[in-house]
Design a protein around this ligand. Structure first.
Ligand SMILES: Cc1cc2nc3c(=O)[nH]c(=O)nc-3n(C[C@H](O)[C@H](O)[C@H](O)COP(=O)(O)OP(=O)(O)OC[C@H]3O[C@@H](n4cnc5c(N)ncnc54)[C@H](O)[C@@H]3O)c2cc1C
Length: 808
């Protein structure tokens, strides 16, 4: 590198947009000062310079919403720290609802905000008119007001981050393109630039519009795509500049637009249906401070709609058109964190709302790098949520879908159609012929339910109970009264082998590692005691273990395993190689016995046993375990045997009343026994003692397992909140997650998940309350779509409280 520039640093951040600068600042804030940012041109030379600079907290994912809240609150702090103005306009914003569904969505958001401490409010059309008189509220049913919404100066804000980072010791090198990133044997990186090579321990790809190209330098595919986006700035409008106060932001999802005041006029941008991916095959290196040509044609319909919603626009001339690209991941959330399988390589890209999310992304990444884990569950933005199966051909239609749906109502039961069906197991056609209605998880098609004769093969997206109700109910009753079959493709599977496998598992898992022939359930903890996974571990023979957990979290878990790997233990992700079925219900044993010559009587094959046995023509690993609360078995085989195993089970099962069941039925059945679910009740947001998973921790094992210290502390002094179950007096909608729990007019907790138990005929919810033990109150209210519903705390599962059925 040139004179005065370091040639060796702890971290190199590539990219000086708002995100790279935020990462750099947060690294220094959290204590790493030996950090360098390299920018090929001036700071803000990607998407950042032409952003509209709007910010807001609304996000379907609660943790992302919290990080957006953090970002917005940070700006004043940055200004005070650096003296650099961010050009803040905290004007507040209203999101309009012009359909009952969108109003439901806003009510659900408002409910979440209550326990998050965000002061949003639902407004009537008249209140909207009072606040933003230029809105034509005809057809508007209401709106959500957020006092935190506003806008800023994109360049000033980026400079403020940069200045703060420099004050913390960071170095910023501009006009210096990174040409290569080469992995070193010592785990670090040679960052080859136009001005020489820098050796870095860690590399952060924050290259925004060029993140794909920078990723490719290290052989990393990042699933993102730039989209061309356009906003217009009007000439002066008297109704605006004559106002006493600045006009608030107005998001009009029905018209796919956002609007705010810009100087003495207005600025309006569109997420139009006729959208345009930009530079599909790669961002040119010579693209920089130019804008794209105006494209009125693609926004014609949206503009016409906007004229009706904001009639003043029709009289205002257009002063400036800004048309530029910025990047999106397939689900619209950022791609952040350590890239699985690549040492010391981190990303902070696909941040489509840099001024709402940039601060939170920077903070999270810095925590991850410095402290080894993030303060909040990073799932929504974790790069590991996309596996190696993602390709450019998958990313493109998904990004288009996401862009077009930017302002669509998102329903909790919704399945998005683009790039599907993609990944399928050998059973797909069989389920399809049985009228499966598929959902998608981690790119894989999974039956959600099997539609009843005469029903449509499509689940209507809804905040309320959907048309899947009767079908799910009938599957639940099928399991409880006879026997049901479902695939195990929704589990991840890892094969852990080696002489040191038991010792390694004992260290990485907090629970008991089973003896040969047995299986156990165990939480996996982080050093801070947070839940990193809830695993089933089975041991067929000493030195060979199978782990199962959430299919969608397989890369998240694999990455954790690799970070903690030791010589002599091999860990293989066999999720897509090993498949099979689970059978559940009172007739499950009879079914299994009829397809195997192995004795599976209750004495010979006990609850939590694992055995190798022939099933049909195939040799399978069979585990006796249950997530439905009923007698159940998991039968594992390889992909090539799966159809034969199914044929054998199906032929033997028909006289017993065997029928398929899907994810909707599983999620209903688990409620009866208060079984929590990964990413709902169990996630890195919670500890084992908070969720009750501490009952699976083996405190007497003579091993310093990860998270032991905190788990032990929590055993002595239990954490202040605990996971509880409720019966809700619900009408036509059930708890989904993050609804507030009220008592005496105060929000005292929040829900993690819930649903309808078709067997008990009750609406059940789970959620956190302040710990008050067995003596505590039982009468609460849960807010469902803006309405208060009585919720009685249940201390024991109403179905088979002793767990007799699954152990019989
Ligand atoms: C028209 C428009 C309106 C928008 N409005 C808003 C809004 O209102 N609110 C909001 O929050 N967001 C808005 N955005 C999105 C916002 O611009 C982005 O979220 C944000 O800029 C992303 O920042 P970034 O740092 O990730 O990427 P970028 O800004 O693209 O920065 C990447 C940087 O990396 C540098 N770089 C790349 N490769 C190399 C290399 N090899 N070596 C060295 N340096 C390299 C580039 O030069 C660039 O400076 C808008 C975007 C557009 C296009």
């Amino acid at each position: 590198m040139g004179a005065g520039v370091k040639s060796q640093v702890k971290v190199v951040v590539i990219g000086g947009g708002v995100v790279g600068c935020s990462v750099l600042y947060h690294l220094t804030k959290l204590g790493w000062s030996d950090v360098m940012l390299i920018e090929r041109s001036e700071l803000t030379s990607g998407s950042t310079w032409h952003a509209a600079g709007g910010f807001h907290t609304l996000n379907g994912d609660t943790n992302m919403a919290a990080l957006q809240g953090y970002t917005i609150r940070l700006y004043r702090e940055l200004e005070e720290l650096t003296g650099q103005s961010c050009g803040l306009h905290h004007v507040g914003g209203i999101t309009l609802a012009d359909t009952p569904e969108r109003l439901d969505m806003l009510k659900a958001e408002r409910a979440k905000h209550r326990y998050m401490g965000l002061e949003t409010d639902l407004l009537s059309p008249n209140e909207i008119k009072d606040m933003a008189e230029l809105v034509n509220v005809e057809g508007v049913l209401g709106g959500l007001y957020d006092p935190l919404d506003g806008h800023l100066d994109p360049s000033g804000t980026t400079q403020a981050y940069a200045r703060a980072a420099r004050m913390g010791g960071a170095e910023i090198v501009t006009h210096c393109r990174v040409l290569e990133t080469n992995a070193r044997d010592d785990g670090g990186w040679d960052v080859v630039t136009e001005k020489g090579t820098v050796v870095a321990e860690h590399l952060v790809n924050a290259a925004g519009l060029w993140a794909r190209e920078v990723g490719a330098m290290a052989g990393v595919y990042l699933p993102l795509m730039p989209m061309a986006h356009q906003y217009l700035v009007t000439e002066d409008i008297p109704e605006i500049y004559e106002r006493d106060a600045e006009f608030p932001h107005v998001m009009d999802p029905g018209g796919e637009s956002y609007l705010r005041q810009e100087a003495r006029g207005l600025c309006i941008g569109f997420y139009e249906q006729k959208c345009e991916p930009w530079s599909v095959d790669g961002t040119p290196w010579d693209f920089g401070h130019e804008l794209l040509n105006d494209s009125f044609e693609k926004i014609e319909d949206s503009v016409a709609f906007a004229y009706r919603r904001f009639p003043v626009l029709e009289r205002a001339g257009v002063k400036r058109v800004i048309h530029g690209p910025f990047t999106f991941a397939p689900d619209g959330n950022p791609l952040v964190g350590p890239v699985p399988g690549v040492r010391n390589y981190w990303t902070a890209c696909a941040v489509m709302a840099g001024f709402s999310q940039g601060g939170g992304v920077g903070l999270s990444l810095a925590q991850w790098m410095i402290e080894g884990e993030t303060e909040r569950d990073p799932r929504a933005m974790d790069i590991a949520r996309f596996g190696k199966w993602t390709t450019p051909a998958y990313t493109l239609p998904k990004v288009i879908e996401n862009y077009q749906r930017r302002f669509s109502v998102s329903y909790p039961n919704e399945e998005l159609p683009a790039a599907r069906p993609f990944r399928r197991t050998p059973m797909y056609d069989v389920w399809d012929e049985m009228n499966a209605v598929f959902g998608e998880t981690y790119g894989l098609e999974v039956p959600n339910y099997f539609s009843l004769e005469g029903d449509t093969r499509f689940e209507t997206p809804s905040f309320r109970r959907s048309n899947a109700w009767e079908a799910t109910r009938s599957e639940v009753h099928g399991v409880r009264t006879s026997v049901g079959i479902n695939e195990v493709h929704n589990f991840s599977k890892f094969l852990v082998k080696g002489d040191g496998a038991r010792a390694w598992l004992d260290h990485i898992m907090a629970g008991r590692i089973p003896k040969p022939g047995r299986l156990s359930l165990t939480p996996m903890l982080s050093p801070k005691g947070r839940l990193m996974g809830d695993f089933t571990v089975s041991c067929l023979e000493e030195g060979t273990f199978y782990l199962t957990a959430s299919y969608a979290s397989q890369d998240f878990h694999q990455r954790w395993f690799e970070q903690h790997s030791v010589p002599g233990v091999s860990i293989r992700n066999v999720s897509d190689l090993v498949t099979g079925f689970q059978i559940a219900g009172p007739q499950a044993r009879a079914l299994l016995q009829s397809v195997t010559s192995t004795d599976v009587s209750s004495e010979a094959f006990r609850f939590l046993d694992v055995k190798s046995m022939g099933v049909g023509l195939a040799e399978c690993r069979v585990q006796r375990v249950s997530y439905t609360g009923d007698l159940g078995y998991e039968i594992y085989c390889d992909l090539t045997s799966q159809r034969q195993v199914f044929d054998a089970l199906w032929a033997a099962g028909e006289p017993l009343g065997l029928r398929p069941f899907g994810m909707r039925a599983i999620m209903s059945l688990r409620l009866d026994r208060f079984f929590g679910s990964w990413q709902r009740e169990f996630s890195p947001d919670y500890t084992a003692a908070e969720t009750g998973l501490d009952r699976f921790i083996q405190f007497d094992k003579p091993v310093d397992f990860i998270g032991r210290r905190i788990a032990q502390q929590e055993k002595i002094a239990p954490p202040p909140r605990e996971l509880c179950a409720f019966e809700v007096e619900a009408l036509d909608c059930d708890v989904v997650g993050y609804e507030p729990i009220w008592q005496d007019q105060r929000v005292v907790g929040f829900c993690t998940s819930g649903g309808y138990s078709h067997w008990l005929d009750k609406s059940i919810a789970f959620g956190f309350l302040p710990r008050n033990g067995e003596e505590g109150a039982v009468d609460f209210q849960i807010e469902l779509l803006g309405e208060s519903r009585r919720a009685l705390r249940l201390k024991t599962p109403p179905f088979d409280p002793e767990g007799f059925r699954m152990r019989q």
